[in-house]
Design a protein around this ligand. Structure first.
Ligand code: FE2
Length: 251
């Protein structure tokens, strides 16, 4: 089993007790999907929509991570792997480098449908997992984890956190002349998606230096996001990042 090789992440691995979810928790998932679905159908990128069906997500029930992981593994080698909560950086990078996507099993309550301070299963699975069915995007995330897992300098890691934030979490892409979302923070948040659609934020063409110069804002709607032209462009940016890290000149 691939998880046996994990060191830093080992203490955080758990099982998903799927049978223990209550009818109310399944209904919270269904309500969250209902809220996001119209926007996502219209404004998520085509790779996300294709991935959603490919990994077998259902609109009316919480995902069974073992089943999702099996489908994902046959596509791109990634496995959705249940973890107990927010991971320290070394554990997180170790998992990404091993193509194991850390996935929370907790589902937010009905009282906090709009916002949950910590990622829950809706953010992690509805938001992130479909994109991991796409080969180039998922290679980008694996490469990111592998580069970050070798870095000890917190300042360099903070800069690399910006790259993750403005791609995996809040990334946009131009498709057929329109802005579409591929980042989980946009796809899994009704408010963030509405903000993008209404152009409440500035949308710049993706540029690595620009991204590395833009601080992360975690507690407010995003004011500046970046649109790539293709996932190949994103993968190229990761290769450039690795070159700069190796040369000690990230920014
Ligand atoms: Fe996330």
């Amino acid at each position: 089993m691939a998880t046996a090789a994990l060191v830093a992440a080992a203490p955080y691995l758990i099982e998903q007790a799927y049978e223990d979810y209550t009818a109310e928790q399944h209904e919270v998932w269904a309500e969250l999907v209902r809220r996001c679905h119209p926007q996502v159908q219209e404004h998520a990128c085509r790779e996300y929509l294709e991935g959603y069906g490919a990994v077998g997500l259902r609109n009316d029930r919480l995902p069974n991570l073992r089943e999702v992981g099996e489908r994902l593994k046959s596509r791109t080698g990634w496995v959705t792997t249940p973890v107990s909560g927010f991971l320290p950086a070394d554990a997180f990078f170790e998992m990404l480098a091993a193509r194991l996507f850390p996935t929370t099993t907790y589902v937010r309550s009905r009282q906090s449908l709009e916002y949950t301070p910590e990622p829950d299963i809706f953010h992690d699975v509805f938001g992130h997992v479909p994109m991991h069915a796409h080969r180039v995007f998922s290679d980008f995330v694996q490469h990111y984890g592998s580069v970050c897992s070798k870095i000890g300098d917190p300042q360099v890691l903070e800069l690399l956190g910006r790259l993750y934030w403005y791609t995996v979490e809040f990334g946009l892409i131009r498709q057929s002349g329109e802005i579409k979302a591929y980042g989980s923070g946009v796809i899994s948040s009704h408010r963030e998606m509405a903000n993008v659609v209404a152009r409440g934020c500035e949308i710049r063409d993706f540029n690595l230096d620009d991204v590395l110069d833009t601080k992360v804002k975690v507690d407010e709607l995003q004011k500046r996001l970046f649109a790539i032209e293709s996932f190949d462009q994103l993968y190229g940016a990761m290769q450039e990042t690795e070159r700069r890290v190796d040369a000690g000149v990230l920014r």
